[in-house]
Design a protein around this ligand. Structure first.
Ligand code: RAM
Length: 525
């Protein structure tokens, strides 16, 4: 299990900048709704490699003929991943219903979740995330309108018990799927080979299903706005759906819901009340700068830069509290996020994020006409670049090293390349050296893989980038993914940052980036 990210600050003081929250609220739009029915009934079992697969399909018309006795089940397949609200039409058959029908409902993004046993769950985040309901129904027939919103493709109804006298029948099911965008809104891409088209489709679906009233990280879990995810989603959205208002809304939410000293949180809640979480991450707070910078590059909206630059600049000032002698402090191993990789030393990568964001901050300060801020950022940047070399570069090894253990990791190299610490040629050599040496501390999420691939593209290594993208995201497709997962280790199908893959999200925002990379770098294949 990796490092847990649990932050509890009981006396944290929050500040609301009402004007920003009001703007965010004015940008909230009703979601698009689509009504759908299940397409077939399925049976799921493990194949010889231990992967859960659909082994049998039946016509959905046969569902009302299935009379469920104790221990019987039906599993509906909606044909694709969706996010939405479900209503089941249930009935009874046989003699009068002389006892409550006791049912278990499971909602699964991938077949594997149907075979999971939630009673064995022992991860470090809440079991409440497992999409499973235990329900007693006193009187059949009934229309069961489920109160939660689910993210799923499959719905299983198991009759835990009926009685010797009656059986349960699932007559029908209906889903109202919701999203801020429709797949048809996405900028199409031509000439992609078949396997990449499939990756593109799943990336778009992932992004679509995460775009709700905010950019959610995952519609199964955590169903909230995380800034590191937002940064990648916004970029992918610019290349595809181009829903600018949703990005703008999320920026105003982060700027409007802050710690009392102006610090932006790692994530925020919009329900039941709007509030910033008491979790802060060095890289995530700084990414506010990056999101504003990218938004400006897309829209050339100078007004919002002027309006939000002070909030962005404050992140730079406050980041200094987490630094010592010009580099990020190391006492808290989860001070920055970077990746879930077990044992990852995050210091060097965090320092690189600092440089990356300072570069963008310098541009924003100039655009906002903040000369003093621009000078300050400029001098911080020169110092940071110098420190990157003096504290983290190991000339002999030809790698950036991190922390006291002088750890060599993939993420440290990728981020230092993205931060342009070296010129392009030297960065290219570094990336090739990384692929060749393949240091042990690799990457464990599509989030971190993305940054390695972006670093390869940044130094012009398109073929190598594509190869990695193809095998990694293609690996999920081979395992039947309709949408891309939060965590994927090709060597270990059960990998999870949380101690159990039962709570993993299989439609996760930060995995949607191939749709952007294809359009930006590979549109003329
Ligand atoms: C998890 C979520 C989210 C991510 C944070 C750091 O809770 O997966 O996407 O941004 O961790």
């Amino acid at each position: 299990m990796g490092d847990a990210l649990i932050s509890i600050i009981p006396d944290m003081k929050r500040r609301t900048v009402q004007a920003f929250v009001d703007k965010a609220q004015s940008l909230d739009r009703p979601l698009l709704e689509k009504r759908l029915k299940p397409l077939s009934l399925v049976h799921v079992a493990k194949d010889e490699n231990g992967n859960a697969i659909v082994t049998e399909r039946e016509d959905i018309e046969r569902m009302p003929d299935k009379l469920l006795r104790k221990g019987d089940r039906v599993c509906m397949d909606f044909g694709d991943h969706y996010v939405g609200h479900v209503t089941l039409k249930l009935d009874s058959a046989g003699s009068p219903q002389d006892a409550p029908a006791f049912l278990r409902l499971k909602f699964a993004e991938i077949p594997g979740e149907l075979l999971d046993d939630s009673s064995t769950y022992e991860g470090w985040i809440s079991k409440g995330w497992i999409q499973e309901e235990f329900i007693h129904i006193d009187a059949l027939p009934c229309e069961l309108k489920l109160p939660r919103r689910y993210a799923f493709r499959y719905v299983e109804v198991l009759a835990i018990d009926t009685s010797a006298k009656f059986q349960v029948v699932v007559q029908d099911a209906e889903l109202t799927a919701v999203s801020a965008v429709s797949l048809e809104d996405a900028e199409p891409i031509q000439n992609l080979p078949e396997d990449l088209q499939r990756i593109d489709r799943a990336s778009l679906k992932t992004l679509q299903d995460c775009m709700q009233h905010v950019f959610e990280d995952g519609p199964k879990r955590d169903r909230r706005l995380w800034i590191g995810d937002l940064r990648l989603q916004a970029k992918a959205n610019y290349a595809t759906f181009r829903n600018m208002d949703l990005v703008k809304r999320c920026m105003y939410l982060f700027a409007g819901l802050i710690r009392d000293d102006g610090k932006i949180g790692a994530c925020l809640f919009t329900e039941p009340v709007m509030q910033v979480d008491d979790t802060f991450l060095f890289d995530y707070s700084l990414f506010f700068i990056s999101i504003l910078y990218d938004y400006y590059q897309e829209t050339k909206d100078l007004d919002i830069v002027k309006e939000l630059w002070p909030t962005a600049f404050r992140q730079i000032e406050l980041a200094l509290d987490d630094m010592e002698d010009g580099v990020p402090k190391t006492e808290n191993p989860m001070m920055a996020f970077i990746d879930w990789k077990d044992g990852l030393d995050r210091q060097a990568a965090a320092h690189a994020v600092w440089i990356y964001c300072l570069r963008q901050g310098e541009v924003l300060a100039g655009l906002a006409g903040d000369e003093k801020g621009e000078n300050q950022v400029h001098s911080l940047l020169s110092d940071a670049i110098e420190k990157a070399v003096s504290c983290f570069w190991d000339e002999e090894k030809g790698f950036f090293v991190s922390g006291e253990s002088r750890q060599i990791s993939w993420s440290s190299q990728a981020w230092m390349v993205l931060a342009d610490v070296w010129d392009r040629e030297k960065s290219r050599t570094l990336m090739l050296h990384l692929l060749e040496e393949n240091p042990e501390v690799g990457v464990s999420t599509p989030y971190a893989y993305h940054h390695v691939i972006e670093a390869l593209l940044h130094v012009g290594e398109k073929d190598k980038a594509l190869e990695l993208l193809r095998t990694y995201w293609g690996g999920m497709i081979k395992l039947g993914a309709d949408t891309f997962w939060e965590a994927f280790d090709p060597e270990d199908p059960n990998a999870s940052p949380y101690g159990s893959s039962q709570v993993n999200s299989f439609c996760h925002a930060w995995s949607c980036t191939p749709a952007w990379l294809f359009r930006e770098y590979f549109s003329t294949m």
